[in-house]
Design a protein around this ligand. Structure first.
Ligand code: FNR
Length: 381
């Protein structure tokens, strides 16, 4: 087994072990993928100020996100089809997050259902909701999330229409995969993945069973999205969902200060500065570039979280310095899952925690409570 030292090592291993269509599904963005790339490369432009001879004893990475204690301010993003990166992927990731003391967010478009994850975890996880036309279906999903005692509802607003991802179309993405000759040949080189899938019954979309008539491939998923997702979505719907849910509400997909103000007015508890990991509007700003203006606009009124492009603990510290109360990681934990299953998710979180801890030390920090832009080099952000 190769030695894993960073998230990139997990990505390389996942690429070897996960069938191409699912690896590509995770590791891609929309159209030219320019926003996908900028999400990460813009972090590299930001520089730290190195400090020395500061007392570094008793360092703590602990914080809170929507008043929930977290061992470090890093949650797992909601990601669709996670159970296709590895059999029972959502359950394994939720268990790893629980052991680590960070939130796991289950996607509406997951393979394992809300009930599957609830039955296999002991602490509350978060549930991500897409707004669909069928309000009864939303009501049922909210009721199921309440019954599972989910700790927060993450409401994604940036997917009324689906960004085109060329690789998914070319690969004929479907869950479960169609048994075409190229897929069979590719899967024959991924014996661990195949063995895992043969050992589980969870191979369809767990949360939308009984609602989706046919969601067998990406072209029908995109047709289903068009049919089901609400093109007339408005902030009044957000207020309705907030009331119906009654718990902590986190709005996901905010990239503009004007929308951030509307999120505050809707009564949300937090918002996530996010461009969906560069999978929706290609040509949008990177999330880390969008963050400061949104923190300036609403940071004193609402918790501002962010995601997109975080590949190390250093990136986490940069986002916190620019005003994020917490961040989310999507692909990094998917790479861990694809590479090594549950232990791979733990490895991913370990890597990020270790990098965050050491970077804090180099910057002369013992905790995250009073971190601000002063730890960054002026002119680099
Ligand atoms: C996503 N994302 C996403 N977001 C969401 O609200 N619901 C979803 O079902 C999904 N599905 C999904 C699948 C895959 C494979 C990826 C990579 C992403 C977006 C996700 O929550 C998050 O915004 C990004 O992944 C963050 O960027 P990084 O960390 O992947 O760079």
């Amino acid at each position: 087994m190769s030695i894993i030292t960073c998230i990139e090592d997990l990505r390389v291993l996942a690429q070897k072990r996960v069938p191409r269509m699912f690896y590509d599904y995770a590791d891609s963005g929309s159209w030219t993928e320019s926003t996908y790339r900028a999400n990460n490369s813009d972090f590299a432009k930001i520089k730290f100020r190195q400090r020395v001879a500061v007392n570094l004893e008793n360092r703590s990475l602990a914080s809170t996100m929507v008043e929930q204690h977290v061992s470090m301010p890093v949650a797992l993003s909601p990601t669709g089809l996670t159970g296709m990166q590895h059999a029972d992927g959502e359950i394994l990731a939720a268990q790893a997050a629980e052991r680590f003391g960070v939130p796991f967010t289950l996607s509406t478009m997951s393979i394992c259902s809300i009930e599957d994850v609830a039955a296999n975890t002991t602490k509350p996880f978060w549930f991500q909701l897409y707004v669909m036309k069928d309000r009864e279906f939303i009501n049922r999903l909210i009721d199921r999330a309440k019954a599972a005692k989910c700790g927060a509802l993450v409401l994604t607003l940036d997917l009324q229409v689906l960004g085109q991802r060329h690789k998914d179309l070319r690969n004929g993405l479907s869950a479960p995969p169609k048994l075409t000759i190229p897929n069979i040949i590719n899967m024959a080189t991924k014996p661990r993945w195949v063995a895992g899938m043969l050992g589980t019954k969870r191979r369809g979309f767990g949360n939308i069973v009984g609602h989706a008539t046919s969601v067998s491939d990406m072209s029908s998923l995109s047709a289903w999205t068009q049919q089901q997702f609400d093109l007339s979505l408005s902030w009044a719907d957000v207020e309705w969902i907030k009331q119906r849910w009654g718990g902590k509400l986190i709005i996901k997909g905010i990239m503009d200060p004007e929308d951030a103000r509307l999120a505050v007015a809707s009564g949300a508890d937090a918002l996530i500065v996010s461009n969906h990991g560069g999978r929706q509007l290609d040509g949008a700003q990177s999330s880390i570039e969008a963050l400061p203006a949104i923190v300036d606009a609403v940071g004193s009124q609402i918790e501002v979280h962010m995601d997109g492009g975080i590949r190390s603990g250093q990136d986490v510290l940069k986002a916190v310095a620019l005003g994020a109360k917490g961040v989310y990681i999507g692909r990094p934990f998917l790479y861990g899952l694809g590479a090594m299953g549950g232990p791979g998710v733990t490895k991913c979180l370990d890597i990020i925690r270790n990098e965050l801890d050491l970077t804090m030390a180099f910057c002369g920090l013992r905790d995250l409570q009073h971190v601000d832009k002063k730890i960054l080099l002026p002119g680099t952000f």
